[in-house]
Design a protein around this ligand. Sequence first.
Ligand code: GRG
Length: 301
Amino acid sequence: MNPDLATYLAQCHQWMEDALKECLVRMSSPSPRLQAAMFHSLMAGGKRLRPVLCMAAAETILENRLDAMEMCREVACSLELIHTYSLIHDDLPAMDNDDLRRGIPTCHRAFDEGTAILAGDALLTFAFECMASSKHKHKNPGLLIEIIGEIARSAGPRGMVAGQMLDLASEGRKIEREELETLHKLKTAALIEVSVKSGALLAGASPRQMQSLSLYGSLLGLAFQVTDDLLDVTGDPLEMGKAAGSDAQSQKATYPSLLGLEATQSLASELILGALDSLKDFGTGADSLRLLASYVLERRK
Ligand code: GRG
């Protein structure tokens, strides 16, 4: 891995782990079991890509990493809370029925199905409480409401949840490339795109800057799904076993199954080149976003 990227990811990762722990400790549910289940999935590792993208987008505008991290703290944590809820629910027997996530037993395996459903619900709703609680930090509360609305739209019935529904409805049926793309734009790319947009909005990006950064987020989001499909074929054998072993996964259309391996690799590169091109009007402030684009293309997990 490029040493700049490794240093950058390590710095962000440590910062996010501390911020997430603090966030959960502040929450303290009257049900220790619920809190333990939330903690189990949230603190099980994970790349923290969505919060890091949020902070990197703010850094692009502010041209200062520490200020960007502090400004985005609650929104970045909330993006990871929402992402973790989606993984817990995606792993349930009614969906992908997976036994392992982030290298440890899935929430419903470590606890039970009911607890896992509630832990997902709790992470989702707590994300919105966490964002709302940061209103004192922002000079413009209207902007925070706009960001909360954008995140809700991207995660909900016109975003990630819709993508998951289309995914469920496509199981065992042959689908065309266009349908696969719509599904992945909603299921995976929408939350990634809004992670970039929310960091940029928090930092006061202009409409023109927003246009470029939204394009970056949507291209990167789709590239992330394409590389995820590639990793299911070429990646870690343990992960491949998991993907092939899960009931639902084996019936799903993927980019390699529709386009073949080489064309899928070219598609991932094209999307990442497009994402990099959308940053052309930014100076060195956007270097973290550039590093993250190369990371999505080269990642091994
Ligand atoms: C249940 C409403 C609902 C939505 C689920 C995100 C999702 C929608 C399902 C996950 C299925 C999946 C494996 C999609 C491929 C892309 C993806 C989102 C991978 C997991 O995200 P990473 O790689 O995971 O960022 P970590 O663990 O690193 O955070």
